[in-house]
Ligand binder design. Structure first.
Ligand code: GTP
Length: 370
């Protein structure tokens, strides 16, 4: 089976992390997210993969080339302007001549694709949609099935009294090529709103494949952070972490520095005297952490430098960013790439700083009482 991965979206909710890289290329435990997806597909013996690109396509093409170095064969289809999830698949129709799988390029899962493909064949379905349970279905598109898993209804963001299931569309599909006949060419078209409900109305066989397995999309900074915490705390059965090791080569860690809990340190990092790195935390390659600085539950992208006595908790800091001494960055703040933060800045409550900004010392101070 071939797979198509949708990686063309702008990832607006993940900004400013997606200002310079597409969402599928943001690092997850120091590797582009898409590398994890390719590993996953290889595990299920899928090696012929079409990537549907649009936003910042060069990033992906330069990194992966023809896929040979990653053990897969990649074909790229680039949209001039976004075509939507279904429009993007239609755009790649020439490469999809047999049963194929479609993935959102921002979902981390260990869904059993091999069993899902067998389920699809057994039911002779036109489309099989992976379903995953969520705590609050009112935020999502809910999928109602009968006892044999045939899909009966799609309900977008239902109210609590209209809910009969908490299973939602998990963004992974197995399809027959004839689905493409239901998608107009060169038109913005979405599977969820435009294609699947119309197929149901035509009486086509759509099945839901329910799964309780790990599933998370990295669409927002909160969820991107959560994926790292889950990976480091061993909540998603992921082996590649342990294979990759926790401490990169050529690091200079001062003997008085303390690393506690699950911490991944990239290559060539310097950690200063009495610094404390508290897991779950990831330091990218070539990062420098100043003396007496505390980093807890954070993701720091490569080549970033934190000064002395900095305090970072539950935040994401982009690449090649410089944080001055005595800064305080808390509660879901996100700093983009190439930001320079002067000394003694205090950022709290999900503040997001766009790439290449320079803030003078003491520029932003947030007081809990204000
Ligand atoms: P937001 O702007 O934050 O909603 O993110 P997004 O643009 O990535 O949209 P969304 O999270 O809904 O997309 C789910 C998946 O589909 C992601 O992997 C996107 O890259 C991909 N995607 C969304 N729209 C398009 C599109 O028009 N073309 C292509 N090729 N992929 C798309």
């Amino acid at each position: 089976m071939k797979a198509l991965i949708l990686v063309g979206g702008e990832g607006t909710r993940l900004r400013p992390l997606t200002a310079n890289v597409p969402k599928s290329m943001v690092p997850v435990v120091n590797r582009p997210f898409l590398e994890h997806m390719l590993e996953y597909l290889k595990k299920h013996h899928i090696t012929e993969i079409v990537l549907a690109l649009c936003y910042l396509p060069d990033h992906i093409q330069h990194h992966f080339g023809d896929g040979h170095d990653f053990g897969v064969k990649l074909t790229y289809v680039v949209e001039e302007c976004p075509m939507g999830t279904a429009g993007a698949v239609k755009n790649a129709a020439q490469y999809l001549d047999d049963t194929f799988a479609v993935f959102n390029g921002d979902v981390f899962t260990d869904l059993d694709l091999t069993t899902m493909a067998a389920f699809h064949k057994e039911n002779q379905a036109l489309v099989t949609i992976a379903l995953t349970p969520v705590e609050d279905p009112t935020m999502y598109g809910v999928v109602e099935t009968d006892s044999q898993h045939r899909i009966l209804r799609f309900i977008e963001k239902p109210s609590w009294d209209a809910i009969s299931t908490n299973m939602i569309n998990a963004g992974t599909y197995i399809m027959e090529p004839s689905v493409l006949d239901h998608i107009p060419a060169q038109t913005w078209f979405q599977f969820e709103q435009d294609v699947f409900p119309a197929l149901l109305r035509h009486g086509e066989l759509l099945y839901g494949y329910p799964s309780q397995t790990y599933w998370l999309d990295i669409g927002t900074p909160e969820k991107y952070l959560m994926l790292h915490h889950d990976l480091l705390l061993g909540r998603c059965n992921n082996q590649s972490l342990r294979e990759g090791g926790w401490l990169g080569s050529d690091c200079d860690i001062h003997p008085t520095a303390r690393l506690t809990g699950p911490v991944v340190v990239g290559e060539n990092c310097v950690i200063g005297p009495r610094a404390r790195i508290i897991g779950p935390t990831i330091l990218g390659h070539h990062c420098t952490i100043g003396k007496e600085t505390i980093v807890e539950g954070a993701i720091i992208w490569p080549e970033t430098k934190l000064g002395d006595q900095v305090n970072v908790k539950g935040c994401i800091i982009g690449q090649n960013t410089i944080v001055g001494d005595n800064c305080w960055i808390m509660d879901g703040c996100v700093l983009g790439d190439n930001v320079t933060l002067g000394d003694e800045n205090k950022l709290e409550r999900g503040i997001r700083i766009w790439p290449s900004r320079t803030l003078a010392p003491h520029t932003i101070t947030f007081d809990h009482r204000s």
